[in-house]
Design a protein around this ligand. Structure first.
Ligand code: UTP
Length: 292
């Protein structure tokens, strides 16, 4: 048991989004609208539901619409108020009241490990969450909330994990791990490899875009050198962390969508559209009539 609370959540959002070109040429991938909300808002809401009160977004060039999105919008608010559109006014206001949000720049997209390192001063010496905004996790209990509960049990770094099929493991960080006897959702990590060749993967346990990390990670990220794809990889920092501390995978309950990928984004749109309280019923009827 640990008494340390996870108060801060880091959102690396300075990448180039090349898999989603041309949509992401001038629009941040994190601002693509999934049903009716930008991707990053799903993650921020998940972090808030997990008890985080401080959100740190790592941004880069051309990403300022994220700051506008989470800020107040006086003209819009005044216009909605004047027209008596109170429900829409509440929607607009609620986004700006979600949490305390700070921004830090990553001068160049040198990799996920480097992006997380940019948050060092804002995080300070406490354990923190990392959420990759293009991984959308649809779950009854928000994924990060499940992980915070697991952290309260272990006090150790925790990596969201799922089993992927076949060669797909080559697109992920991969865990060499064994289930913990006290909680089968917890996977004690022995070793990890970033984007392994399928034949060399130690397991099919992939790391997804949800992490709880202890602050020691920062000094280790300062020492890593470019890894897979020539990028400064977060996985390499966590591998170094393993030499000092226990690290667990966490087999979360829920369904993840890779919304940073065109097909994954389409699938997420359909699944979340079907679940949407206002749009779902009509969307379902329309889908059923499609000649597929
Ligand atoms: P991705 O690899 O999914 O994002 O990184 P990307 O690099 O933007 O996209 P592709 O692969 O070219 O299509 C996961 C998250 O990490 C951020 C991204 O913005 C994304 O939200 N990231 C990645 C950074 O903040 N900095 C980086 O140097 C790399």
């Amino acid at each position: 048991m640990t008494s340390q609370k996870i108060r801060k959540a880091v959102f690396p959002a300075a990448g180039m989004g090349t898999r989603f070109l041309p949509a992401t040429k001038a629009t941040p991938k994190e601002m693509l609208a999934l049903v009716d909300k930008p991707l990053i808002q799903y993650g921020v809401e998940e972090a808030v539901a997990a008890g985080c009160t401080e959100i740190i977004i790592v941004t880069g060039r051309g990403k300022s619409t994220m700051e506008d999105h989470f800020d107040r919008s006086p003209e819009l608010e005044a216009s909605l108020a004047a027209k008596g559109k109170t429900a829409l006014l509440d929607v607009a206001l609620s986004v700006s009241k979600l949490a305390k949000i700070s921004y830090v720049r990553q001068p160049e997209p040198l990799g996920l490990g480097h992006a997380v390192l940019m948050a060092k001063e804002l995080v300070g010496n406490e354990p923190f969450a990392v959420l990759l905004p293009d991984d959308i996790v649809d779950a009854t209990v928000p994924c990060m909330k499940q992980m915070v509960e697991a952290f309260e049990q272990t006090g150790a770094s925790i990596l969201g994990s799922e089993v992927v099929e076949g060669d797909a493991i080559q697109n992920y960080g991969c865990l060499d791990c064994t289930p913990d006897p006290t909680n089968p959702r917890l996977l004690a990590v022995r070793h990890m490899v970033e984007k392994p060749k399928p034949a060399e993967a130690p397991s099919q346990n992939a790391i997804i875009g949800r992490y709880i990390l202890t602050p020691r990670i920062f000094s280790l990220l300062e020492q890593i050198t470019p890894g897979a794809g020539g990028e400064l990889q977060l996985t390499d920092g966590i591998k170094a962390l393993l030499e000092f501390e226990k690290v667990y995978g966490f087999s979360y309950e829920g369904k993840r969508h890779d919304a940073g990928d065109k097909l994954g984004f389409l699938m997420a749109t359909v699944e979340l559209g079907l679940k949407h309280k206002d749009l779902g019923p009509k969307f379902r009827t329309w889908l059923k009539d499609l000649p597929v």
